[in-house]
Design a binder for this molecule. Sequence first.
Ligand code: UT7
Length: 323
Amino acid sequence: MPLRSKITGTGAHLPDQVVTNDDLAKKVDTSDEWIVERTGIRERRIVREGETTSALAFQAAENALEAAGLTGQDIDLVVVATTTPDNTFPSTATKVQAMLGMDHGAAFDVQAVCSGFVYALSVADNFIRAGQTKRALVIGAEVFSKILDWEDRTTCVLFGDGAGAVVLEAQEVEEGEQTGILSTHLHSDGKLRDLLYVDGGPGTNGQVGHVRMLGREVFRHAVTNLASVVGEALEANGLTQDDIDWLVPHQANKRILDGTARKLGLPAERVVVTVDRHANTSAASVPLALDEAVRDGRIKAGDLVLMEAMGGGLTWGAALVRW
Ligand code: UT7
């Protein structure tokens, strides 16, 4: 019988420090009014000194494991999606593996910036489908505050820190049965890498670097690419936009979320929105939103959940899940 991945637990963790738009307006030439109108962001969480991606990832993982009724020892694959690892190496995933007390299996990072969680989910799902993994932890964790130019108002107001995680468990299904992760769809176009990038790294100036973005251009590509990959995911499963119960999108900008929902003919109340409180947490945004909607009871067994994201690379992707 074919193997499919079932999401059996979700978890999240946010730093406790809240930074409001008014707080930022004291540092750069911006205003709460501009940020809310152009992005929908009202506040974000920012790590304190010494708080790391692996620490956020570990807490989110623990919460997801608790929800699934498992411990680290039950897991045989850890995939962490992050662009802001603690160190250049080893991977953040291996640090989390050790923190979980897991001494078997494999752990590695996936780097696809804001699309990272969808990429990591796809990788883990394929391990499960191939029979190579029984239980996987997929984590999106970021401390984007560490790579922001806090003097650049066009980027520093947009991002926040946080982590979200899911537990995937292999289950045998009947041929053709639509359950668990139905499909994942990944894309990238490296020709567009200069629209959103970090101007540092070991191969450039040896500094960590800062986020640089041509926001308007990225916005334009986001609306087109997300609509296209969502259509691809639905078509691959013989489904239509009317079948979607919940859209769990990457949280970059409320205007992008509204645009995607409009294209899908989906009412606003079917879209899970956290961008107002979390801002853009890159690879963490989809699992953070997912966890919120699962825990508050919006997402229920049998619901069709569509996740999508786009980010630096450019990279973009979607995942369709029957909960
Ligand atoms: O997660 C990865 C994917 N990332 C995204 O999807 C981000 C996509 N892009 C966006 O969300 C939007 O393009 C932004 C929110 C980044 C910018 O919004 P926009 O409506 O595209 O604004 P803009 O860049 O066209 O800038 C409009 C004006 C400019 O002033 P002028 O040239 O018209 O005088 C900017 O200098 O707003 C100015 N501006 C600001 N003003 C106050 C830019 N940033 C700020 C700011 N506060 N923080």
